[in-house]
Design a protein around this ligand. Sequence first.
Ligand SMILES: [Ca+2]
Length: 510
Amino acid sequence: MRFHFALTLQALWTGVCQAAMQHYPAAAWGHYDVCKSQVYSDEGLSWDYMACQPEAADMTQYLKVTLDPPNITCGDPPETYCALENPYMCNNECDATTEELAHPPGLMFDTEGRNPTTFWQSTSWKKYPKPLLVNITLSWNKTIELTEDIVLTFESGRPEQMVLEKSLDYGRTWQPYQFYATDCLDAFTMEPKTVQDLTQHTLLDIICTEDYSRGYVWKNDKTVRFEIKDRFALFAGPQLHNMASLYGQLDTTKKLRDFFTITDLRIRLLRPATGATMVDENNLSRYFYAISDIKVQGRCKCNLHANSCVYDKEKLSCECEHNTTGPDCGRCKRNFQGRAWSAGSYLPIPKGTANVCSLTKIGPVIRPNVSSLGVANRKEECNCNPYGSVNDRCNGTGFCICKEGTTGPKCQECLPGYLWDNGCKSRVCDNELLRCQNGGTCISNVHCNCPPGYTGLLCEKRRCESELGGCGGPDSGQAHLTPPSTSRLLLLLLLGSALLREAACRPAVL
Ligand SMILES: [Ca+2]
């Protein structure tokens, strides 16, 4: 069972564009903040429509946070902690029943600037050497587009191993965003990289960085980042002066747009700061996670059909214009199916194209024979992809019903992890997210060619028939650092724990 911690949330969020700060430098071209304007002409008053989007805002006000395991927050029973840098300084008390001494998850999202800092804190690493694992899931129940770096502030050292993950389908599937470790090779069998190593061509690569976990100097920098702006800068220039170029790219490259789009984020804390190579087993109350602040800036994804987003009944939704409807303005309103829905476009700059849904054409042609002609008309209207959709027409519903793994208004696109092959087929491996492990090579995205000694879908499994339990003893010290466990961890991240348990040679540690 999961513990749902509902934040005290603002009742209504209106007019984001008016309320929030401008996050992009002013440029000679538009901000896409206006959806329509009235124009006067010889024929009288009419509307001029433009592509529009809500202004970026602090998205932490609108999320739901879930911790896993649910009882991982400190203070029940009360515990006393010692400082990481000084094992004799043990005056950090956590007691869930006393407000001043409690460290609930909400303190990661309150307004900082108060003294002392408020923070969420986990229980200590009492069960060492069993890994201290915590998942923090942030859910918006709405697609949002990230506009600024994600910044986490740690109050007791930055974790030695951590993965930031994202979901685009409300937590059903997850993809890694970035790996963090003191030693990327050891922890994740990945070469360490920094965001500065990325180019326009490798922008979507998932990297492991050692930038935020290194050394014992955590007092100087407590933050761990996912660098959105550095990635934007690859298109828009170092000061983001050329946002037009970025928007042009976002418009034409769906993969790029999707990269910055999320419905959920998951912070997987895998190993706390120890500040040393040896863990002090006699004083495990020095090791825990403590997060004082999480920053997530972004905007509601409204497909360029709305400039404001409403928060009502704990749910965000776009205030759709251009005769569109749905939480993301993802379809045409009833009676406005005169042309197929499509997202607004940033192009041509500066005002873009609204791609307004127009009135359904009601003509006498439908009347003579409703039963046959009506269906034929609707079939034309929807044009659902015959491979990607359950049916090639929408039976009057106005939208296509997509098969598993397929998405898009016409069911013509694949969700992450799927590959188009007359419909979306589950992808076994690639060079980005689903890498073959242990030196295996990916053949046509459908199978891994494993080196001798390894087997499994992603070559994650050691051949261990002859070894009889020789695939590593249960809980042998820092179990999650040993190679088979590391690959299992990766597999867990990529394929989910259910698959993992089937594949493992011994009971899963995680
Ligand atoms: Ca705080």
